[in-house]
Design a binder for this molecule. Structure first.
Ligand code: C5P
Length: 227
């Protein structure tokens, strides 16, 4: 199933504490952003990449695209203060296929096979997100005290990519913008429309590079895939 992908890359990476956009940090000698872009550059089903980036970082990103031979980027939009606003900037202009994926530029280890299942499921049902089952015991805590042990059977940890029919994503983003609603992912905006969102089982190594520990995990994942 052919798709276009939106990659928000306009974060500041405060939790990484690197003093620069974490996407420029290198894993195995290559910037995290390029690792993520390479997944889509190499996927035959991906017909275009739409990036959101900070204005002051766009020239550096363009240089990296040239250096690493990334040719599928159709546009670099200006990112916003919140991730949702960065995605929104791209949703307004994305075109080309009926299926649109949104994927954090900070998740470089997504498997092609999961992407493919997400695109197929979005085509069938309109909205699908990558997720994994919660492995640990889950508890609801308030003021440092456990209130309840939550039934893990029904709990999923949600990742990106999140895949949508273009019309569904556009309507969800327009409605959120009109209502001033801020969600933590695109699925939340679609859920507000009353539209079902299907889970596609992903892998635990589809980590988001967030804190310094993740750089160690990231190097280990790359090494294990080279073996
Ligand atoms: O901060 P976090 O890693 O959760 O952000 C997820 C993704 O969203 C990252 O790829 C980041 O660059 C992007 N982002 C964005 N605009 C923001 C905040 C985050 O594009 N204002």
């Amino acid at each position: 199933m052919k798709y276009e992908v939106i990659l928000p890359a306009a974060g500041s990476g405060k939790r990484m504490g690197a003093g620069e956009n974490k996407l420029f940090l290198k894993l195995n000698g290559i910037p995290i952003l390029i690792h993520t872009l390479n997944v889509f550059q190499e996927d035959q089903d991906c017909s275009g990449i739409w990036l959101a980036a900070k204005p002051e970082e766009q020239d550096d990103i363009r240089s990296l695209l040239d250096e690493y031979g990334i040719t599928k980027v159709k546009s670099i939009e200006t990112g916003g203060d919140e991730r949702q606003h960065s995605v929104q900037a791209c949703v307004k202009v994305v075109e080309g296929t009926d299926i649109v994926l949104v994927h954090d530029a900070a998740r470089p280890f997504i498997h092609k096979e999961v992407i493919s299942r997400l695109a197929d499921e979005a085509d069938r049902s309109g909205a699908a997100v990558a997720g994994v089952r919660a492995k640990d015991t889950m508890k609801l805590v308030e003021d440092g005290v456990i209130q309840e042990t939550v039934n893990r059977e029904n709990l999923w940890i949600i990742q990106t990519p999140q895949a949508f029919k273009s019309s569904v994503l556009k309507e969800a983003e327009e409605r959120a913008e009109a209502d001033g609603f801020l969600g933590t992912d695109e699925a939340m905006l679609v859920e507000r429309l009353g539209h079902p969102v299907t889970i596609v089982e992903s892998t635990y190594d589809n980590i988001k590079m967030t804190t310094v520990d993740d750089l160690i995990f990231g190097e280990a994942i790359i090494k294990s895939r080279q073996e």
